[in-house]
Design a binder for this molecule. Structure first.
Ligand code: 5AD
Length: 349
């Protein structure tokens, strides 16, 4: 490893900030040694804030109906081969009950932008979850909504919101999305969520079509400025029924490298080792944790829904990705020196 790269890593670990040129060098000149050093630094910082604790979030995929047509996504409105479903309130509440028994204390309601889920429907649902499980956090991942809507859901009891920014470069954004969607709206939503008081998660795909190193540098600079409480990054994986079917998938190696960098930019960020990472590499989730991640999000959705919530081909929903196999998850995490804890795992600000 070049002395220059070593110095950049030292600086990042100390100042949690780099110039655009330094981020760029860190990425373009990366090798096994720089990855190793970054992961050692990231691990040290994570241990300072969270010890060896790994938080689990139960992911409930409430609907795969979506009004949007994002070019990368398997549940895009234009995909006629996607078999649509929507969970009932009873189904969602029963997923939470199951998850609670398994030790899960955060429920993530994720879904496409399905107009059925009005504020009234969601507020009632959130209130029910909070009545049944007052010691649990509710995270929403339901896309773009108005500020008033976000506020109503927050007032109903939602604690956190995940909305990946997808890319911090507006030109790149327009290559990933149809013209009906705008980069400015996305960013506005993220700021609105923060203003309201949510713990907010942003994030992006690694190796998405047309992504350049400069785009990734912008993502890192955005993360540095925005200071998210959570940050979801995972490799892009093509889905056969999308315009991006023939693009290559992102790499585990770069994803883990970026996880370490993000841990150093935001020392106390809640960083998941994502399903996408586990999908393209059997050891992906473990590699993510070793690189600096401290959250995993096993699937709590009913069996029948799982295969239909196919954002990308081959998406894992069984085995150690499934919440009912929590013991297997615990063991695999223990093996690499960490431990799954039964706690809400709120952001430390
Ligand atoms: N590959 C990887 N991640 C994807 N997502 C959507 N489609 C894909 C894909 N083909 C991610 C997006 C979205 C999140 C819910 O899933 O970043 O925000």
């Amino acid at each position: 490893m070049d002395k220059k790269i070593k110095d950049i890593i030292e600086k990042l670990a100390e100042c949690h900030s780099l110039s655009a040129d330094e981020y760029k060098l860190l990425i373009t000149e990366r090798d096994e040694e720089s990855a190793e050093l970054l992961s050692i630094k990231a691990d040290a910082v994570r241990r300072e804030h969270y010890g060896t604790d790994i938080y689990i979030r139960g992911l409930i995929e409430i609907s795969n109906i979506c009004k949007n047509d994002c070019f990368y996504c398997g549940i895009r409105a234009g995909n006629k081969n996607c078999e649509r479903y929507r969970l009932t309130e009873e189904e969602i509440l029963s997923c939470c009950k199951e998850g609670y028994k398994l030790g899960i204390r955060t429920f993530v309601l994720q879904g496409g932008e399905d107009l059925h889920f009005t504020d009234a429907v969601l507020c009632n649902l959130i209130q029910q979850i909070k009545i049944n499980h007052p010691d649990c956090a509710v995270t929403l991942s339901l896309g773009e909504r108005s500020k008033d809507s976000y506020k109503a859901l927050y007032d109903a009891g939602a604690d956190r919101y995940l909305l990946r920014h997808e890319t911090a470069d507006s030109e790149h954004y327009s290559k990933l999305h149809p013209s009906a969607m705008s980069f400015e709206t996305r960013m506005q939503c993220l700021h609105n969520l923060k203003d309201i008081g949510y713990q907010v998660g942003c994030g992006f795909m690694v190796g998405s079509p047309y992504q350049t190193v400069d785009n990734i540098v912008k993502d890192l600079q955005f993360i540095e400025a925005f200071q998210p409480d959570m940050c979801g990054i995972g490799p892009f994986i093509p889905h056969k029924d999308t315009p991006f079917a023939s693009f290559e998938q992102g790499s585990v190696e770069l994803t883990c490298y970026l996880l370490s960098i993000i841990r150093l930019i935001c020392p106390s960020v809640l960083l998941p080792a994502t399903t996408a990472l586990g999908t393209i590499d059997k050891q992906g989730r473990e590699k993510g944790i070793l690189a600096g991640a401290n959250v995993i999000m096993p699937n709590l959705s009913p069996e029948s829904a799982r295969s239909k919530y196919e954002l990308y081909n081959g998406k894992l929903a069984t085995g150690s990705e499934a919440a009912e196999n929590i013991l297997k998850i615990k063991n695999s995490i223990k093996k690499i020196g960490y431990r799954i804890v039964c706690a809400r795992g709120d952001a430390k600000r």
